[in-house]
Design a protein around this ligand. Structure first.
Ligand SMILES: Nc1nc2c(ncn2[C@@H]2O[C@H](COP(=O)(O)OP(=O)(O)OP(=O)(O)O)[C@@H](O)[C@H]2O)c(=O)[nH]1
Ligand SMILES: [Mg+2]
Length: 341
C-alpha cells in the first residue's frame, strides 16, 4: 500500500509525457503530410483500433483513472477520527515561547534578529545553535545573553534544528518557535501564529501571499510554483475525501513555525529515528521543514498554515538556493522525499 501513492504520481507524470508527446508528434506529421497520414480508419472506434500507439496510451489512461478512483475511495474515512482530527480547544493561557535559531556565518544580521525576538512579549528563551561559524556570529549571540550551542563541526541545518528542539524540551517554555537567522522572517508574526495553537499543535507560516512579501525576495517565480506544487503533493499524499486532506498547505519550504510543547513530546522519538538520520545526511536541502510537517501529520498532530511576512535576505545564502540549478536539485529531493517517506 505504501507503493500505491508513489506509483500513482510517477505513472501520472509518465502518462502526461506520453499523451503530450503523442499529440505533438501527430500534429507534426499532420502538418507535414496531411491529416490522412495520422488517421487510419473511417470512424472514431476504427481510428483508435487501427492506430499503433493511441490504443495503448488510452488503455494506460483508463488504468490510471481506475487507480485514482481506487485511491479516492480508499480515503473515504481517512483521518476522520472524532477525537483526533476535529476541533479541540486547549487554550494556552500564558504563551511562553522558546525560539530556536540555527546560525551559520550570520554576523551581518544576527543582532537585528536577536533583538526582534528578545523584544517580543511572549518570548521567554532563545537558543542559538551555531554550525561552527568562522565570523562573529557566536560572539554577537553571546553578547545578548542568549543560550548558544556551539557545534564543533558543521553538520547542517537539519541537525541544528533537531538539536534545538531537543534542548527546548529541557526548558519550561510551552511553545517552541523555529526561525531563521537571515532577516527574512519577522518576530512580530509570532503574535499571528500563537493564537492558533489554542486549536492546533503546529502553526506553519506560508510565504505565498504576495502583499506580505517584500519585492525582490529570494522566492522567485520558480520557487513560488515549486513550493506550491510540492505542498499540494503532501496534501494529496494525506488526502481525505471528506475534507480534501487533513492539512491545507501552500508552501513546502517554510521553516518558520510554532509547535506546542505537548505536541512535540508526542513526536520526539521521531527526531532520532531513521527518517531524521536520512534528512540530516542532506544538510543543506531544507528538508527539515518538510520532515517536521510530514512526521506531524503521520502522528496525528493538527497543523494550520497561516500567512506570514517575508522580507529580503540579509547576508549571503547558505544553501545557494538562489541559483536555479541548485534549486532544481533541492526541488527533486523534496519531491522524492515526499513520495518515499
Ligand atoms: N544552509 C544552511 N543554513 C544553515 C546551516 N547552519 C545554520 N544555518 C542557518 O539556517 C538558516 C537557513 O539558511 P539559509 O541560508 O537562509 O537558507 P534558505 O532559507 O534555504 O535560503 P536563503 O535564505 O536564500 O539563504 C540561516 O539562518 C542559516 O544561518 C547550514 O549548515 N546550512
Ligand atoms: Mg533563509
Amino acid at each position: 500500500m505504501k507503493l500505491f501513492f508513489p506509483t500513482l504520481v510517477l505513472s501520472f507524470i509518465g502518462l502526461i509525457v506520453l499523451n503530450v508527446g503523442f499529440i505533438l508528434t501527430n500534429l507534426i506529421f499532420w502538418g507535414l503530410n496531411g491529416v490522412d497520414h495520422v488517421i487510419k480508419g473511417d470512424n472514431f472506434v476504427e481510428v483508435i483500433y487501427y492506430s499503433e500507439y493511441l490504443k495503448w496510451i488510452l488503455i494506460g489512461d483508463v488504468v490510471w483513472a481506475i487507480g485514482l478512483f481506487a485511491f479516492l475511495i480508499s480515503r473515504r474515512h481517512y483521518k476522520t477520527d472524532l477525537e483526533l482530527h476535529y476541533l479541540t480547544i486547549k487554550k494556552i493561557k500564558e504563551p511562553k515561547v522558546c525560539v530556536i535559531i540555527p546560525t551559520f556565518n550570520e554576523e551581518q544580521v544576527i543582532k537585528e534578529v536577536l533583538s526582534s525576538y528578545i523584544n517580543h512579549q511572549n518570548v521567554e528563551k532563545i537558543i542559538v545553535i551555531d554550525n561552527n561559524s568562522i565570523d562573529k556570529t557566536v560572539e554577537i549571540a553571546k553578547s545578548f545573553g542568549v543560550n548558544v550551542i556551539e557545534k564543533t563541526k558543521n553538520k547542517g541545518l537539519a541537525d541544528s534544528v533537531i538539536q534545538g528542539l531537543i534542548q527546548f524540551l529541557e526548558t519550561s517554555s510551552n511553545i517552541v518557535a523555529i526561525t531563521e537567522c537571515d532577516g527574512t522572517f519577522s518576530a512580530e508574526d509570532l503574535s499571528k501564529m500563537i493564537p492558533y495553537l489554542d486549536n492546533c499543535d503546529m502553526v506553519i507560516g506560508t510565504r505565498q501571499i504576495q502583499v506580505l512579501t517584500e519585492k525582490g525576495n529570494q522566492n522567485s517565480m520558480f520557487y513560488v510554483w515549486g513550493n506550491y506544487l510540492l505542498a499540494k503533493l503532501i496534501q494529496i499524499k494525506y488526502f481525505s475525501l471528506t475534507n480534501m486532506g487533513i492539512v491545507e498547505l501552500t508552501d513546502v519550504g517554510c521553516l518558520y513555525r510554532c509547535i506546542r510543547r505537548d505536541a512535540l513530546e508526542k513526536i520526539k522519538k521521531e527526531l532520532s529515528g531513521l527518517d531524521a538520520e536520512r534528512i540530516i545526511k542532506n544538510p543543506n536541502s531544507g528538508l527539515i521543514a518538510n520532515f517536521l510537517t510530514m512526521i506531524s501529520i503521520e502522528n496525528n498532530l493538527r497543523i494550520v498554515e497561516v500567512p506570514i511576512t517575508f522580507k529580503n535576505r540579509v547576508g549571503t545564502s547558505k544553501t545557494g538556493a538562489n541559483k536555479k540549478d541548485r534549486a532544481i536539485i533541492y526541488g527533486m529531493r523534496f519531491f522524492w522525499y515526499i513520495l518515499t517517506k
